[in-house]
Design a protein around this ligand. Structure first.
Ligand code: ATP
Length: 454
């Protein structure tokens, strides 16, 4: 990616309160509470006109970097509903549980693994100091039923994690493509969890989207590929944020590791929520394919075409969240800049231009001058075929710039009286607010070079 270099590392900025992001997201059409007119559903959100653009850009950029650029990776899109045995094999039916405690006094509910250690030891509520009740277990899988006739209906689940489809389709991919180990399968898809403590806006939802890479290797090469993907994924996230110092890799302690895992790392982002997981890098060994072999009775081993060695491939998994990326990018990009010399300040989203929902806004200097409006509309109509563009002629030019800054539009093109004489326009850059003059004919190439990934 070449575009991040253009995004300045902003000065020491304080962490943004989540409420500011929630408010901007709703006001400007990024995210709405789901079923709001009925009082909403906790942990479920809808994405508005700008949100869907940002989300699509985030997804496409991941897909481009992971699938399109890597010759040894292919993509799939699996169904949300699978055979219920899948979730027995994966261990979700038995073990996908959260243990939680309620406070007897203030009735707050906590996941045990999220309680500060001293509260856990003293059995004390972090909020009011009240006594905590006995821990209870909750399964996070969302149940559903297939079939119409009562008694013949089959109970199954909305997938609790998207990656299971990759194990299910692994053999089909091998047989239908020319992939050979080492190779990877990627997928982006919805997952559903009956989270007991949904909250912090998009951070912990009940319906959310994950992106996964499952990379299949020979056991002797596991360490090499684990290290490789850990570094690649860390650099990927670093490339899309402004505050590079708010990203870290955290190694899991022995008590956090699955029994088959030699190591695991979380890529974490620091925000007002503290250091929190953004993506997990997991050493899954042969666990998933062995379990599905065992439960389905199908042989999922691989035969090396040269050595004829037969083995169950080991897996490096990188599993992150589209919604956490969405939220972290907004938290990372948001800044309230005070105005200088008594001038009005501005709220600006320093979103990476590649990911920004709107790439360019075209603004006639005045709306009551027909020639300005016609020229601006002509430019807008040409640009919108190439990138997401907006035309805006409402309010004075300063206010229109502010409106675009607030949604992260990297470039504004202003059509003024000089344009009518010499066919040039002003191009204003969001972060520096610097302006240059450019011939209209050069606009498409100038903008495309700065807002698309290559
Ligand atoms: P946590 O410990 O926060 O519950 P997890 O370890 O269960 O997360 P994974 O199952 O590894 O998470 O999921 C992979 C990624 O999916 C996470 O890194 C995160 O980005 C995203 N994710 C997981 N649960 C949620 C959720 N409830 N809402 C939004 N995103 C989520």
């Amino acid at each position: 990616m070449t575009q991040t270099e253009n995004v300045p590392v902003t000065k020491e900025t304080p962490f943004v309160p989540i409420e500011k992001i929630v408010s901007l997201a709703k006001r400007r059409g990024f995210v709405y509470p789901n079923s709001e007119i009925y009082g909403g559903v906790s942990g479920i959100y809808d994405f508005g006109p700008l949100g869907v653009e940002l989300r699509n850009n985030i997804r496409r950029y991941w897909w481009w970097s992971m699938v399109q650029l890597n010759d040894n990776i292919v993509g799939i899109e699996g169904a949300i509903i699978t055979h219920p045995r899948v979730w027995e094999a994966s261990g979700h039916v038995e073990n996908f549980v959260d243990r939680l405690v309620d406070c007897k006094n203030c009735k707050r509910r906590y996941r045990i693994d999220h309680l500060p250690e001293e509260n856990l030891l003293q059995n004390k509520c972090p909020n009011c100091g009240g006594e905590l009740m006995e821990p209870r277990k909750f399964n996070l899988m969302m149940e559903t039923y297939i079939g119409v006739v009562e008694g013949e209906r089959m109970k199954t689940y909305l997938r609790g994690e998207a990656c299971q489809n990759i194990y299910l389709d692994y053999d089909n991919v091998l047989k239908s493509s020319r992939m050979q180990i080492p190779f990877g399968i990627c997928q982006i898809g919805k997952a559903f969890r009956n989270e007991v403590t949904p909250g912090n806006f998009l951070f912990r939802q009940r319906e959310f989207e994950q992106w996964d890479l499952q990379f299949f290797v020979h056991p002797s090469e596991m360490q090499k590929w684990f290290d490789y993907w850990k570094e690649r994924r860390f650099e990927w996230y670093k490339g899309i944020i402004t505050h590079k110092d708010r990203l870290r890799l955290r190694a899991h302690g022995p008590d956090e590791l699955a029994h088959y895992a030699k190591q695991a790392f979380d890529i974490e982002y620091q925000s007002i929520l503290g250091w929190q997981e953004w993506e997990g890098i997991h050493w899954r060994q042969d666990w998933d394919l062995s379990r599905h072999s065992q439960f389905s009775g199908q042989d999922l081993s691989y035969t090396d075409t040269v050595t004829k060695e037969r083995f169950i491939p080991w897996i490096v998994e990188t599993s992150g969240g589209v919604d956490r990326t969405f939220l972290n990018l907004l938290l990372d990009a948001y800044e309230e800049e005070p105005g200088e010399d008594g001038k009005e300040g501005r709220t600006v989203l320093h979103l990476n231009p590649m990911l920004a929902p709107v790439k360019v806004a075209v603004l006639p200097l005045q709306k009551n001058k027909e020639e300005l409006v016609n020229t601006a509309k002509d430019i807008y109509n040409r640009l919108k075929r190439l990138m997401v563009a907006q035309y805006d002629d409402v309010a004075n030019i300063g206010r229109r710039y502010r409106r675009q800054d607030e949604i992260g539009t990297p470039y504004c093109v202003t059509v003024d009286f000089d344009t009518l004489q010499d066919s040039t326009v002003t191009v204003r850059e969001r972060d520096t607010m610097s302006q240059i003059r450019l011939p209209i004919s050069e606009l498409p190439a100038y903008l495309l070079e700065r807002v698309t990934w290559h």
